[in-house]
Design a protein around this ligand. Structure first.
Ligand code: PLP
Length: 459
């Protein structure tokens, strides 16, 4: 049976299959928050369900879809590769498309970070981070890693060691030696670096979990301290890269010059998993030190033809459609709108971010009536208010968003960079609508709280 027929026959069984064979608890979570939709098609910034309803996707598959879904140029590149019956994964050869993508990645990376000129391909973001941590140890001969509180770099054991959230770390045993630094605390960073046992300091230029933006002097200061104490400075651009924040790489906002940059997500064009470590030749040479160690770090699928073709096409689309500039312009429009909402609604405590990576943080209300509502959800579990907003946006406006981390009242927006002005305005209207309801207690979206609280209590 062909895939088309298979899909046609079994569409709708999605959640039952996952309940049976994958993660039933995740299925339950989706049901509780009203995200248990059977999507049948994706195009650009939109998803469609079986009844033809359209959803606006401000989640972007956790930042994979800067180009939007099913971009025709990426699709065409992949179809061409399939038609050519390419000699894929020979392994003991040097595949052309990997060479071309590496050349192009170096070209774009150098516009942001002069000096980067060597690439290693991976299958995911976390694998890029794992590799980068290994590179840092190989180069410095030192064991310990520094990272930021609230950081997220993936969930394999190395990346988990530099994760700043106990939720992800708990229950998985002993990790690599690593120390968390509070964002903007250069003294704390220097104290740790002074111990001279640090291989690298790794940071997301804007944190995905919580959309925390560092003060302007922090990352440049951190970079200088790393140089002073001979530790590598690694910038994880897995989420912030490829135009997301209104610059090609987010580190450009501060004129940074990292030793290693990790990328993934959007490089896939939204189709074929791929990641990369971009670094300086001198660092690369200290890992792959000679003929004897030419294959000391490698993987099976890293340079596969489909991923490489997707990467090449994705980079071309970003340039041709001016997506970096688009992110800056539309991001400014979105941010202005969010600020207006902050002035209007008392529970909006903060709005922040850059380009089209934006967050809105909620805080306790002042008025007595609203306090009752806030307490009714927040006393059960911190962060439930933000979840209520996410639920309202979905149920009433078919707008996909997410709570930005565990136990926080922050909703994150990561629209595809191909989003239209009208979509941004619609999202702002939706937020205004849901927030207006949230500022009327009881009633409105507070009605959704019952399901949520029952879910949080596991009843
Ligand atoms: C900054 C950052 N680094 C690394 C990762 C891990 O990437 P992956 O999920 O492809 O392993 C993520 C994923 O969200 C990320 O946001």
């Amino acid at each position: 049976m062909g895939i088309k027929e298979l899909i046609a026959r079994r569409e709708g069984e999605n959640y039952e299959l996952h309940r049976g064979y994958l993660n039933p608890f995740f299925v339950r979570v989706l049901e509780i928050i009203g995200y248990d939709v059977v999507y049948t098609r994706g195009e650009g910034a939109y998803l469609y369900d079986r009844d033809g309803n359209r959803y606006l996707d401000f989640l972007s598959g956790y930042g994979v879809f800067n180009l939007g879904r099913n971009h025709p140029a990426v699709k065409a590149a992949l179809m061409e590769v399939l038609e050519l019956d390419r000699p894929n994964l020979v392994q003991m050869d040097c595949p052309l498309l990997a060479g071309i993508l590496a050349e192009r990645l170096v070209r774009v990376a150098q516009r942001s970070f002069p000096g980067l000129d060597a690439v290693f391909f991976t299958n995911s973001g976390t694998e890029a981070v794992e590799g980068a941590l290994k590179f840092a140890r190989a180069v410095t001969g030192k064991p310990r890693f520094l990272h930021l509180e609230h950081s997220f770099h993936g969930l394999t054991l190395g990346s988990l060691s530099v994760n700043g959230d106990a939720y992800f770390r708990e229950g998985f045993g002993e990790l690599l030696p690593a120390t968390a630094i509070p964002m903007n605390d250069l003294d704390a960073l220097e104290r740790e670096l002074k111990r001279r046992d640090v291989a690298c300091f790794i940071a997301e230029p804007i944190q995905g979990k919580g959309v925390y933006v560092p003060d302007d002097d922090f990352l440049p200061g951190a970079q200088a301290l790393c140089r002073k104490y001979e530790a590598l400075f690694i910038l994880d651009e897995v989420q912030t890269g490829f135009g997301r924040t209104g610059r090609f790489f987010c580190g450009e906002h501060w004129g940074l010059s990292p030793d290693i940059v990790t990328v993934a997500k959007t490089l896939s064009g939204g189709y074929v998993p791929v990641g990369a470590i971009i670094t300086r030749r001198e660092i690369h040479r200290r890992v792959f030190r000679g003929l004897e160690r030419a294959v000391v770090h490698s993987n099976t699928f890293g340079m596969n033809e489909l991923a490489m073709a997707a990467g090449i096409a994705a980079l071309e689309v970003i340039e041709e459609e001016g997506l970096v500039e688009r992110a800056a312009e539309l991001g400014a429009r979105f941010m202005e709108g969010l600020k207006r909402l902050q002035d209007k609604h008392e529970m909006v405590a903060d709005v922040r971010g850059k380009g089209l990576m934006l967050g809105i943080e909620f805080g306790p209300p002042r008025s007595l009536k609203l306090k009752a509502g806030w307490k009714s959800v927040e006393s059960v579990k911190r962060g439930l208010f933000a979840q209520l907003i996410v639920m309202g946006l979905m149920r009433e406006y078919r707008l996909l968003t997410q709570v930005s981390a565990h136990g926080v009242n922050i909703v994150k927006f990561l629209p595809p960079l191909v989003v239209r002005e009208g979509d941004i305005d619609y999202a702002l209207e939706a937020l205004d609508g849901v927030l207006s309801e949230a500022h009327r207690f009881p009633g409105g979206i507070w009605g959704l709280a019952k399901d949520l609280v029952r879910g949080a209590l596991g009843t």
